[in-house]
Design a protein around this ligand. Structure first.
Ligand code: FAD
Length: 292
């Protein structure tokens, strides 16, 4: 099933992100966690892709298992910036062979030192080029792209970032998923601006439940997201008490999701960090709301 068809139904729904193992030794435990999450029957599940490409086979394998074993539509991520055309084409073929219909087309983060390289020699500089490659591959893919309510860190300003986003959507994205954010007003403002710029594809809101204090710094480092005072107070108060922090973090994410649903954002993607208990708890908190 194509994800864009799920999104067009405009029913309040949750989807979950998982990541593949970095090493073969962890494959079985990660697979087991993704299967537990799949048993919750989310609207769809996404499987991330290591920027260096080392986990490409695991991404496809886990996505295929979720789809075939549990009937949950799967979205396989693919990055391009460190890859050659030949490698990317091989990976697209592997996805087709595994029956993957939905692909999240990403550039990937630049590795240290890449900022200063001559980019004209690269096979891929931007995600839009991967979107085009997927469209031209002959595969009937539903394609997603990433977007940044708080502006991508490499962009000079939001206007420029939204202009690039528009070009990426015009290259063939069917939908967008946002970077995590902790203040819903930032998303509402962003949605207003992209719609005004003529970007009309469905947007899935990405929510990261922060369930331990260590995750906070990592999340800010990775995403550059603004932490509202309401959230900072919660970490200050409960950060040293794991059980209390977990409960408070899940409650904060649930509250964010309810506010999004109430404001007509119908699809929320939860960054589960491969934690079935967190995914389950959030889903339970919304049991009478989902599907409306
Ligand atoms: P792009 O859309 O190419 O944008 C990157 C930057 O280039 C932006 O600043 C943009 O404004 C600018 N730009 C775009 N086009 C042009 C142009 N023509 N000229 C000049 N500037 C331009 N990373 C992984 O490694 N694996 C994953 O699985 C993964 N999943 C993700 C899922 C989501 C929902 C999100 C939000 C991010 C994910 N990432 C993942 C991280 C992502 O790879 C990084 O944020 C990366 O830095 C940018 O990727 P992108 O696809 O948004 O790039």
């Amino acid at each position: 099933m194509k994800i864009v068809d799920i999104l067009k139904k405009e029913e309040l729904s949750l989807s979950f992100e998982v990541f593949p193992p970095k090493k073969e030794a962890n494959f079985e435990s990660v697979k087991h966690a993704t299967e537990e999450i799949a048993q919750l029957k989310p609207a769809f599940m996404s499987v991330t892709y290591g920027a260096g490409g080392g986990t490409s086979a695991y991404t496809v394998e886990i996505a295929r298992n979720i789809k075939q074993g549990y009937g949950v539509p799967a979205l396989a991520h693919l990055t391009c910036v460190s890859s050659t055309k030949e490698t990317v084409r091989e990976r697209i073929q592997a996805m087709q062979a595994a029956g993957i219909e939905n692909v999240m087309a990403l550039r990937g983060d630049l590795q240290p030192g890449m900022e200063n390289e001559d980019r004209s020699t690269w096979d891929y500089r931007y995600a839009a080029e991967l979107v085009r490659e997927l469209r031209e591959s002959g595969g009937d893919f539903c394609i997603g792209g990433a977007c940044y309510p708080e502006v991508h860190p490499e962009s000079a300003n939001q206007k420029e970032d939204i202009a690039h986003l528009k070009a990426k959507v015009e290259a063939g994205c069917d939908f967008l998923t946002t970077q995590m954010f902790f203040d819903n007003d930032l998303l509402y403002n962003f949605l207003y601006k992209i719609r005004e710029a003529g970007i009309m594809v469905p947007v899935v809101a990405g929510i990261m439940p922060i369930t331990n204090a260590k995750q906070v710094e990592r999340a800010i480092h990775l995403s550059g997201s603004h932490m509202p005072q309401r959230f900072k107070s919660l970490v200050d108060k409960f950060g040293n008490d794991p059980a209390a922090m977990r409960q408070a973090g899940i409650a904060y994410a649930t509250d964010q999701i309810i506010d999004l649903f109430a404001n007509n954002v119908t699809n929320v993607h939860v960054y589960t960090m491969n934690k079935p208990d967190v995914a389950r708890q959030i889903q339970q908190n919304l049991s009478d709301i989902l599907g409306k």
